[in-house]
Design a protein around this ligand. Structure first.
Ligand SMILES: Nc1nc2c(ncn2[C@@H]2O[C@H](COP(=O)(O)OP(=O)(O)O[C@H]3O[C@H](CO)[C@@H](O)[C@H](O)[C@@H]3O)[C@@H](O)[C@H]2O)c(=O)[nH]1
Ligand SMILES: [Mg+2]
Length: 191
């Protein structure tokens, strides 16, 4: 176990979520070294692979993401599993059911947690809970699309299991959360 002494902590940005600069001393195995790191305090989040076992389809989203655009990696619209930030005090299970209704318009009830973990532990505090969940046409309660007043403009992408598998293998899925969920589905024989 490392012993950590924070020498300096400076907030670089604090608009939506905090970005802090740290200078710290780490003592491990009798060796002490000084390090500098920038840490982004993104909250925990939840992501879900929605599937319809009857029609053998998965429901994904497509949206504009500024980092994808800035990377110049085309296309700048990215396909993702439905995901969102967990509100303060909210359970991951409740957050994902809420996000599914906001983003896709489906009110789901059957979900299963399949994994959880840090998405980028070197620099992000973000910790993501991963789920799979069943959707079907009778669960549709609105158009979805996300919160327009917060700038969300989410398109729904419904594909067959075989098309999802093809997209995964062809490298057309470029969001790591979504790759994890689709690989989980492929490994467990869902896709
Ligand atoms: N004003 C402002 N609003 C922001 C900012 N960042 C996000 N928002 C707003 O905050 C809301 C976040 O939407 P969610 O659905 O909760 O999160 P998400 O952006 O889809 O994030 C999910 O996917 C990310 C990328 O794959 C993940 O990084 C994230 O943890 C989560 O899983 C959106 O309404 C968005 O407009 C910001 O810097 N400024
Ligand atoms: Mg989202």
């Amino acid at each position: 176990m490392a012993e950590i002494k924070i020498i300096k902590q400076e907030t670089l940005s604090d608009k939506k979520y905090r970005l802090d600069f740290f200078e710290f001393e780490k003592t491990q195995n009798g060796k002490t070294e000084k390090q500098q790191r920038e840490i982004y305090f993104r909250p925990s989040a939840a992501a879900i692979l929605l599937f319809d076992p009857e029609r053998k389809t998965v429901l994904l989203t497509r949206q504009f993401r500024l980092p994808v655009h800035l990377s110049h990696k085309k296309p700048d619209m990215i396909i993702e599993a439905c995901a969102g930030v967990i509100d303060d005090g909210e359970f991951p299970e409740h957050a994902i059911v809420r996000e599914v209704e906001e983003e896709t318009g489906y009110r789901i009830s059957e979900i299963r947690q399949v994994a959880e973990g840090f998405t980028s532990p070197a620099s992000f505090m973000e910790y993501v809970y991963f789920f799979t969940g069943i959707y079907s046409s009778d669960m549709r309660v609105n158009e979805g699309g996300g919160k327009k007043d917060e700038g969300e403009d989410i398109e729904l992408v419904e594909v067959s299991f075989s098309e999802a598998r093809r997209m995964l293998e062809a490298g057309e899925i470029r969001d790591v959360k979504t790759i994890l969920l689709l690989q989980h589905a492929a490994l467990t024989g869902l896709l």
